[in-house]
Design a protein around this ligand. Structure first.
Ligand code: NDP
Length: 300
C-alpha cells in the first residue's frame, strides 16, 4: 500500500475560506469585525516570522489584526498591563502571546492573565478544564486542526483506536481529549512508555507530537492507518549544500508511506492548519463574546 499524502495546505485554505465567509457575515449582519491581538516580546527571528505570518493571515481573512511588540527586558507588570488592556478592549476577541518568552517571564502566569474567553490558543487552565470535562472550550489550534482533518477524511471516528505520542499541554493532551470526545479508544504515549512500537501498531489513528526527527518508522504502523505528523524538526541537509538544513517530522516519511493509508507530510501537513484554526478560534470567540450562534464546522 502507498499512503495518500494529505494536502494540509489545501485543507487549511478551505478552513480559511470558511473563516472569511463568516467574517463577512458577522460584518454584514452585525457590524462586528473579529479582532486578533498578537503580543511579541523580544526579537527572536523565528517568532518574528510567526507573528508576521499570523498578522497577514488575519488581515487576509478580513479580520482586524493588532500587533504589539515589547522589548526583551519588558517588566512583567508592563506586559500584564497590556494584557489587561486587551482583555477589556471590545475590538479584541482573541489574544495570543507568542512563546517562547524571555526567562524573566512565566508562560504559565501570562496564559493565566488572558481572559479565558479570548484565550484563542486554549492554553489556560479554564479552557483545559472545560475541554477535559466535555464542555464548550477554546481549543488549542494544532490539535483542533488535526481533529478537523481526521473528521474530514474518516467521518465518524467512533470506536477507532487512536495513539497520541506526546503529552504536552499544547498538543498531546488536548489532542487525546478531542479524540476521546469523538469516542476513539485513546492511548497517550510518552517518553516512559514501554514498547512504543507495539502500542503504535494497534492504532487506526497515530498522532505524533514529540519533536524527534523521523522517530516513528513504517514497521510501527498498522497497514492502512491514518498518520498525522505534528513534529517540526530542522535537520542538516548536506545534499542541499554546506550548512543547509531542512524540515522533517516525527514520522519517517519514506517508510511510513509504504504502509499507512493516509499521512500528512512535513512541511505542508499540520503546519497550515494551525494558523487556519487560530483564525477559526478568533471567529468562534467573537461569536461567543457577542452572544451569537457559532458557525458550524469552525470548532470541535
Ligand atoms: P513537548 O516537548 O512539549 O512534548 C514532547 C512530548 O514528546 C512529551 O510529552 C515527551 O514525553 C514526548 N517524548 C519525548 N521523547 C519521546 C520518546 N522517545 N518516545 C515517546 N515520547 C517522547 O513538545 P510539543 O508537544 O510542544 O511539540 C511536539 C512537536 O510538535 C515539536 O516538534 C513541535 O515543534 C511540533 N509542533 C508543531 C506545531 C505545528 O503547527 N505543526 C505546533 C506545535 C508543536 P514526556 O512528557 O514523558 O517528556
Amino acid at each position: 500500500m502507498v499512503a495518500e499524502i494529505i494536502d494540509g495546505k489545501a485543507f487549511g485554505a478551505r478552513i480559511r475560506e470558511q473563516v472569511a465567509r463568516e467574517v463577512g457575515r458577522l460584518q454584514g449582519d452585525h457590524g462586528l469585525t473579529p479582532g486578533l491581538a498578537v503580543v511579541l516580546v523580544g526579537e527572536d527571528p523565528a517568532s518574528q516570522v510567526y507573528v508576521r505570518n499570523k498578522g497577514i493571515a488575519t488581515v487576509e481573512a478580513g479580520m482586524a489584526s493588532f500587533e504589539h511588540k515589547l522589548p526583551a527586558d519588558v517588566p512583567e507588570a508592563e506586559l500584564y498591563a497590556l494584557i489587561d488592556k486587551l482583555n477589556a478592549d471590545p475590538e479584541v476577541h482573541g489574544i495570543l502571546v507568542q512563546f517562547p518568552v524571555p526567562d524573566h517571564l512565566s508562560e504559565r502566569d501570562i496564559v493565566a492573565r488572558i481572559d479565558p474567553a479570548k484565550d484563542v490558543d486554549g492554553l489556560g487552565v479554564t479552557n483545559a478544564g472545560l475541554l477535559a470535562s466535555g464542555q464548550r472550550a477554546m481549543i488549542s489550534c494544532t490539535p483542533l486542526g488535526c481533529l478537523m482533518l481526521l473528521r474530514d477524511r474518516l467521518g465518524d471516528l467512533s470506536g477507532l483506536d487512536a495513539v497520541v505520542i506526546g503529552r504536552s499541554n499544547l498538543v498531546g493532551k488536548p489532542m487525546a481529549q478531542l479524540l476521546l470526545r469523538d469516542s476513539c479508544t485513546v492511548t497517550v504515549a510518552h517518553s516512559r512508555t514501554r514498547d512504543l512500537a507495539e502500542v503504535v501498531r494497534r492504532a487506526d489513528i497515530v498522532v505524533a507530537a514529540v519533536g524527534r526527527p523521523k522517530m516513528v518508522p513504517g514497521d510501527w504502523i498498522k497497514p492502512g492507518a491514518t498518520v498525522i505528523d505534528v513534529g517540526i524538526n530542522r535537520i542538516p541537509a548536506p545534499e542541499r549544500g554546506e550548512g543547509k538544513t531542512r524540515l522533517v517530522g516525527d514520522v519517517d516519511f519514506d517508510s511510513v508511506k509504504e504502509v499507512a493509508g493516509a499521512m500528512t507530510p512535513v512541511p505542508g501537513g499540520v503546519g497550515p492548519l494551525t494558523i487556519a484554526c487560530l483564525l477559526a478560534n478568533t471567529v468562534t470567540a467573537c461569536c461567543r463574546i457577542a452572544g451569537l450562534p457559532e458557525p458550524e464546522g469552525l470548532t470541535a
